[in-house]
Ligand binder design. Sequence first.
Ligand code: F6R
Length: 589
Amino acid sequence: MCGVIGYIGKEGVAPILLNGLKRLEYRGYDSAGVATLGSDLHMKKDVGKVADIHKNINFLDVPGTLGIAHTRWATHGGVTKENAHPHTDCEEKIAVVHNGIIENFQELKRNLVSLGHKFKSQTDTEILPHLIEEIMRKGKNFHDATASALKVLEGGYAVLVLNKNERKLIAARKGSPLVLGVSDTGYFAASDIPAFLEYTKNVIYMHDYDMALISDNGLKIFNLIENREVDRKIDTIDWNIKQAEKGEFQHFMLKEVSEQVDTIQRAAQQNKEVIDQVIKELKNARGIFFVAAGSSYHACLAASYIMSKVSKLHINVVLASEFPHYEHYINDKTLVVAVSQSGETADVLEAVKSAKAKRSKIISLVNVVGSSLTRSSDMFLNINAGPEICVLSTKTYTSQLALFTLLSYALNDRYEEGRKRLNYLWNEIYQLTSATTREKIKELAEKLQDKEHIFLIGRGLQYATALEASLKIKEVSYIHAEALAGGELKHGTIALIENGTPCIVFVSEEHEKEILSNAMEIKSRGGYIIGVSSKNNEIFDFWIKVPDANSENPIVQIIPIQILAYQLAILRGLDPDRPRNLAKSVTVK
Ligand code: F6R
């Protein structure tokens, strides 16, 4: 995954691109670059983080009111200056930035090389400027040549293209996200709204195969499949720039963890009519599949336990990437509930595509309205957590849980009770995210910071929490963390417990006895027991106090571990907002 931003208008483009790059850095942070159009094409790029590159080569020092920029997460070609975007054609007239993967690039490259094109990088992206150049040589204009070039690309793309000889910006997408922004001073195109949110809240969500041609005279959008100009409406979003800024917090991760006091409440404010429709579909379906990846998958797993407990509904929970193996169960009576914060995860979109081909109904839970997933769904629910900038899912995970809780109670004709239960969490979450709790968790992080392994156990709902908690610890502290259902421990993994091995135990009052007996098995082999529970116990070497919230336990129990993961990253000198090798939305399969 990478981030792209472009602008054409009356304002100086350099600060717009630099601000956009900073806001898009969560999407990739290997290298970055800009290209602007002044009297000539001006280009600057290098490897490293945006701030460091800017310090060395000054991104503000480029002229013009038209430009494109890119922040990279390497897929094809190593992290080198040559592989950083923008990429150009042989004559350096066409500049391109790209997010996605061009699957047939090797074949296209071979052909272009045989025609005499000289390549400077190992990227898949570089074939595009050369292809446009080649088609223009045969007499097509910039616009038609770009359209023709895009039509031969296989795979996914969000691209921005500049031509040194024309004051135009071309923006096109297939598979990868791209949003346009419209302000009084000009037009923006970016991978994500926060990139231009400080300039405008008016957005146009581009559809797959849309190609926008933007000039000083306005904007035209063509669809490359329909082969005609199309009308896309302008939406006004209610996000504000404060939500996309760190404010008084040192990192987005901590800010977003702290925001959960509000985001849970927002997730619980749904349009009752839409909830009723979703409930009808859940009740009428013959076979329900919850499909997602990563943290969203853990939210689905927790939801399946909640739905079994509260509404006696059976749910099949499937990892999006494994969905093809279940396809023979899918038909026109099946309901697929696809869950994705970004709405752009390739595995999820692929699963939805194949379910739709079998005429299954699709309902999605998303945080980004207008994303590919919302457009592929028959119906969607907005978890409404606001922009999540840190690579790790924190507030969006608990908002997904909140919405699932609401649905579970609604299924049982107890919608109001569900809403109230979530409202009551306000005070609990306020305490759990307070400075006092953070200090207490820091004490634990100090004890764990040099450990190589951490084990986590839970049963039922708490098992889903253990899985999500282990993911949080791994992603941001790089400590190996392994989650197990409490009962599974004795079937093998207990062999790894040694003197001092830390084990986090998630306890619910309902299943206290069973999980404490598993904790005891670890303790008697020298394990260091960290209890996450409403009551202290003599088995615990360290106790994290959380309220017992029954069906809302997954929400309250994960918060201290999100904080633990954050503290571990800080103590180990790591950047919690930009963990290595990870990207915020995984738009490749
Ligand atoms: C974990 C994390 C990832 C995502 C996963 C799915 O902190 O962020 O595991 O949960 O990539 O992403 P979405 O929800 O956007 O489909």
